[in-house]
Design a protein around this ligand. Structure first.
Ligand code: NAP
Length: 287
């Protein structure tokens, strides 16, 4: 349980996502090399980028660079912004049938005319290394084997790296998206936290946050979570990544009250790609 010290005046310790991700990357690189010997080729992640959103292109490029650095191959498919759902589904289905591909990442978001859910569901559970399909979601919720959504999985690894005791703690997750808020709450619940979800219709958000031992902000609104809301001694995870880059939490003011806090950048972000690469090697190992 996070320490409770109402008189706390020390600034929070920063949770160094870059350092924790680097340790995971080291293990992934070693496992990738071993898998390559076993299966006769390097583990391979296929990325599918639809449209010309510059931020999405940057994220895909970062993911491919990390793959290369860790000894994984990557195969990039880029599709124009006017494609149909059927066209994207058919490309994903081809990659899914390709024995030289171990994992598939469809970069979110896709253009509005494309049914993102239909595209995600074209990925088989075995290759869903981004953890976005209904099958992966159900496995995650039930604690069954499967791939975890990468950002929630990264958040849990970060909390574990800092030995945050979750059992019996009150976790407040702000945001309930299918790729982030909803699954991270489920993972916290599986670790015996008592979980409260907040969202755009939540009344008195400040009062919910003020009761949290662990706060996860996953909204996409710059500094929505104010420092003054944070319970002294709480653990604060800021998954938000807004232009700046600035997170969803008012960092300096929150750090004056929290026990542990993630910076933006350098907190949750590096963990996401590290988990993606780790899960691609897991998928290759199961082939
Ligand atoms: P999203 O799909 O837009 O979901 C946002 C969530 O926030 C929704 O559940 C929404 O509630 C809730 N929300 C919106 N306004 C709110 C308010 N005023 N009060 C309380 N809740 C509110 O966003 P996302 O994809 O989950 O991403 C969230 C943030 O995480 C973004 O900044 C994104 O860039 C970042 N992110 C970072 C990584 C990483 O690797 N670091 C990965 C993914 C996302 P409703 O459900 O009621 O609409």
């Amino acid at each position: 349980m996070p320490e409770r010290n109402p008189d706390r005046t020390l600034p929070a310790r920063m949770m160094d996502g870059a350092a924790v991700a680097a340790r995971l990357d080291q293990q992934t690189a070693a496992r990738a090399a071993a898998a390559a010997v076993r299966i006769g080729r390097r583990p391979c992640l296929a990325t599918v980028l639809v449209g010309d959103d510059p931020a999405s292109a940057t994220y895909v490029a970062m993911k491919r660079r990390r793959c290369a650095r860790l000894g994984l191959d990557s195969r990039a498919v880029t599709m124009s912004s006017d494609v149909t759902t059927d066209e994207v589904v058919s490309v994903v289905a081809e990659l899914d049938a390709d024995h030289a591909v171990d994992g598939i990442l469809v970069q979110h978001p896709v253009p509005p005319q494309v049914d993102e859910r239909a595209v995600f569901e074209a990925v088989s559970a075995a290759k869903d290394v981004d953890g976005v399909t209904q099958a992966s979601f159900a496995a995650m919720a039930l604690g069954a084997p499967g791939h975890t959504s990468c950002t929630p999985g990264g958040i849990m690894r970060l909390l574990d790296a800092y030995e945050v005791e979750l059992a019996g703690s009150h976790a407040v997750v702000v945001g309930r998206s299918a790729i982030l808020g909803l699954p991270v709450g489920m993972l916290l619940l599986r670790r015996n936290a008592t979980v409260t979800y907040c969202h755009s219709r939540t009344v008195d958000l400040d009062e919910h946050v003020a009761r949290a031992d662990v706060v996860v902000a996953a909204v996409g609104r710059t500094e929505l979570v104010r420092g003054a809301w944070i319970k002294p001694g709480a653990v604060v995870v800021d998954a938000g990544y807004n232009p700046g880059p600035i997170g969803d939490v008012e960092l300096v003011a929150a750090a004056a009250r929290a026990r542990l806090i993630t910076p933006v950048p350098g907190g949750v972000g590096p963990m996401t790609i590290a988990v993606l690469c780790a899960q691609t090697v897991d998928a290759a190992g199961r082939r």
